[in-house]
Design a protein around this ligand. Sequence first.
Ligand code: URA
Length: 170
Amino acid sequence: QRQLCKGAFKPMEPAKTFDELKKQLEDCASCPLRKDCQAPVGWFGSLESPLMIVGEGPGGVEDDYGCPLIGPSGQLLDKYLFAIDLDRASNCYIANIVKCRPPKNRDPMQTEQDACIGFLRAQTKLIQPKIIVCLGRIAAMRLIRPDFKISREHGQFTEKGGILFTALYH
Ligand code: URA
């Protein structure tokens, strides 16, 4: 499947600005998720944030409003952020592994993640976060290690390329 995916999708030049990234997202048809959602959900938050929070993909509410993590899990996240004196608008940057809502909120498939991951890489280059918090096993397996075990390893930090990664339960 991965081989097929590599052949099927022409890699895009990584966006060098957020405006370019926004345009690439709007034009993207790299995987079948796009036809079943309303629009790609790019990001929310401060472009100068040292903290990046990465979920797995938009759900129904996020698809309706075009903003990541604003449904029930996002509201819980906001409470946790508030408890440590952070808030999503001023000092966090929130994005997902895939930008288009998977049907019935299923896990995004590997091929869909492969098609979309370039956007997150471009986002990471632009933001240059110090810490990336993966929400849930899908983001952790994609960004930390394919065999990451969320039940055993949540809350542990791993350094990769000068960025500290950790994962929390979704
Ligand atoms: N909403 C998101 O934007 N991401 C998730 O991972 C879950 C819900």
